[in-house]
Write a protein that binds this ligand. Structure first.
Ligand SMILES: NC(=O)c1ccc[n+]([C@@H]2O[C@H](COP(=O)([O-])OP(=O)(O)OC[C@H]3O[C@@H](n4cnc5c(N)ncnc54)[C@H](O)[C@@H]3O)[C@@H](O)[C@H]2O)c1
Length: 332
């Protein structure tokens, strides 16, 4: 079977393609513009195309030539906290690109589209309470969450009107080897590793009492595969990830324990959800998800990998679309 993965140079895309190449006979086609992922992450057996999904025509041509049967649409710029300062970029990159993927899936009779949405669609949740359930009303609090919510709705409409089969996954705080740790704006565990390796204290925004369910990527790969091929996952929305949640402060303590040293610095609080962790029973029932790797073990693996990496240039936006209200730690 021909499987197309967008965002193949990123964490989810590269690790899923490695897993598929090792465990199945499928042909893996990948797209990425390398804006947030790295060429070294891509397995040598992937048929790779470098382009920006939001550009006109390129994706259509790829579908016409290669006719993928299953599509995993992972490409996005997942900098949730930055999205209120980069609104139009966020919608172009995360929403318009997805519209192009949906169009191509309809036009070329793709068997199933798997889309990675986000916990961001829940916002603060019902009555400000976690866990977030797949049936909860969506109430995002930033443009990133709004883009993901719109993509979800549009995919469902394509299912109703054009018969497109889909599965929507809402992953939560996935981390592990091959994650981008060189971007100031996202992936807190990776940011801390980068800071420590560069002799800086690890920064915590606010008091560090925010809670998140961190999820090791290795535990998600088989469930992702099932999201693309298993009948149980057809037209389902599924939270995916760890069933244990930690405060940011606790997560930071665990990382400092794994490293064996390190300091922490508290910074200005951000506009963000306080408690964000989901229900997970549906992922067990439909995708056979198993929580195997706790945070200490996952961070040990990721830290070993991080130390073996050459230091890359840190991602820092030269300008923002909105400068008003930008946090001190992101100012020029
Ligand atoms: N990692 C998580 O914790 C998490 C949680 C919830 C949702 N998600 C979603 O899962 C997906 C994958 O996340 P990830 O952690 O692997 O992110 P990532 O940044 O590691 O990978 C995304 C990849 O998409 C590519 N990309 C971005 N915009 C593109 C464009 N316009 N055209 C082509 N390629 C483009 C980037 O270069 C990058 O390699 C994203 O949609 C993200 O929103 C991730």
């Amino acid at each position: 079977m021909k499987i197309l993965i967008t965002g193949i140079a990123g964490l989810l895309g590269s690790r899923l393609s490695d897993w598929l190449i090792e465990n199945t006979d499928n042909t893996i086609i990948g797209v990425d513009d390398l804006s947030g992922g790295y060429i070294d992450n891509i397995h040598k057996d992937v048929e790779f195309y470098k382009f920006d999904l939001s550009e006109n025509g390129l994706l259509e041509r790829l579908f016409q030539n290669r006719k993928p049967e299953i599509v995993y649409h992972f490409a996005a710029y997942a900098a949730e906290g930055l999205s209120p300062f980069m609104r139009s970029f966020n919608y172009k990159n995360n929403l318009i690109s997805t519209a192009k993927v949906i169009n191509a899936c309809i036009n070329y009779d793709v068997k199933r589209l798997v889309f990675t949405s986000s916990m961001a669609v829940y916002g603060h949740g019902l009555e400000n309470k976690s866990p977030f359930d797949e049936n909860d009303l969506l109430n995002p609090i930033d443009p990133y969450g709004i883009a993901k919510m719109a993509c979800e709705k549009d995919i469902q409409i394509a299912g109703e009107q054009h018969g497109l089969d889909w599965c929507i996954i809402r992953p939560h705080n996935v981390y592990g080897e091959k994650q981008n740790i060189w971007d100031k704006y996202r992936n807190v565990l990776g940011i801390w590793m980068f800071q420590h390796m560069n002799n800086e204290p690890m920064s915590i925004y606010g008091e560090g009492t925010q809670t998140r369910a961190f999820t090791y990527i290795g535990d998600c790969l088989k469930p992702f595969y099932k999201a693309g091929i298993d009948d149980r996952a057809s037209k389902e929305i599924i939270n995916l990830g760890g069933n244990k949640f930690y405060s940011i402060k606790e997560a930071n303590n665990i990382l400092r324990m794994v490293i064996g040293e390190g300091t922490t610095q508290y910074k200005e609080a951000r506009h963000e959800v306080k408690d964000a962790y989901p229900t997970w029973e549906k992922s067990v029932k439909l995708l056979d998800y198993e929580f195997k790797t706790d945070l200490e073990e996952g961070l040990t693996k990721m830290w070993r990998w991080a130390q073996s990496q050459s230091n890359k240039t840190i991602k820092f936006w030269e300008s923002y679309e909105v400068e008003k209200g930008i946090y001190d730690f992101w100012k020029k």
